[in-house]
Design a protein around this ligand. Structure first.
Ligand SMILES: O=c1nc[nH]c2c1ncn2[C@H]1C[C@H](O)[C@@H](COP(=O)(O)OP(=O)(O)OP(=O)(O)O)O1
Ligand SMILES: [Mg+2]
Length: 203
């Protein structure tokens, strides 16, 4: 990366508060001024891509061109091997009710699918995160991250967000939702991608 962020503001192109908090915490040591897309009243672009990188690009470039700021977007999801990688890029869609998102419903649906097809445990899975940093001049850079683990049932824990209560990362007995936020933010897919972003931008 030849471009730096310097004293500028970095726009975090997400409307997901859980993601924003994690990304802010990971950026805090680097002294960059961070603002969320929702705080700038930016619209949520339609995520018409079929891959994480396509959707992250859509979100990052929309925010960068709307604000003139460098914009960092995250597209993420859980890939479950027994479901051939579903919900994957459609992880958020599985929670859609028509009038908002219901992640308890989405986690129940995920579990029901695994039971329905008789998938044998452990239900191996991974959380993926693709970050795209877009510049107002139209260029961008991509930073992928992953955390391997398994889907567990029943749901456990009340921290974090999204599907955290049913994801147990490899090497741990706790789900993401049972971990304190610092621990999750040390090992998660988002932390993995953010480390690559930070080293490219802040050295
Ligand atoms: O650490 C995580 N812990 C639990 N669940 C997670 C995590 N990371 C992503 N997820 C789930 C939630 C969301 O349903 C989907 C991402 O969908 P995705 O479109 O990238 O995010 P989003 O719509 O919530 O916010 P936005 O697009 O404004 O960034 O994967
Ligand atoms: Mg989204």
């Amino acid at each position: 990366m030849s471009k730096g962020i310097g004293g500028d503001t970095l726009l975090i192109a997400t409307h997901n508060r859980g993601k924003l908090e994690e990304m802010e915490a990971l950026l805090a040591p680097h002294g960059v001024h961070v603002v969320g897309a929702a705080d700038r009243d930016l619209p949520e672009p339609e995520e018409t891509g079929t891959t994480f990188v396509e959707n992250a690009r859509i979100k990052a470039h929309a925010a960068a061109s709307a604000t003139g700021l460098p914009a960092l977007a995250d597209d993420s999801g859980i890939e479950i091997d027994a479901l051939d990688g579903a919900p994957g890029v459609y992880t958020a869609d599985w929670a859609e009710t028509g009038s908002g998102r219901d992640f308890v419903m989405a986690m129940k649906k995920t579990h029901a699918r695994l039971v329905e097809i008789g998938a044998t445990e452990p239900w191996s899975a991974r959380f993926c995160c693709t970050l795209v940093l877009a510049w107002p001049d139209g260029s961008d850079a991509v930073f992928p991250g992953v955390m391997e683990g398994r889907v567990v049932w029943p749901m456990r824990g009340d921290q974090g967000h999204g599907y955290d209560p049913i994801f147990q990362p490899e090497g741990y007995d706790l789900t993401f939702a049972e971990m304190d936020r610092w621990k999750k933010n040390e090992i998660s897919h988002r932390a993995d991608a953010m480390r690559k972003f930070v080293s490219a931008i802040f050295g």
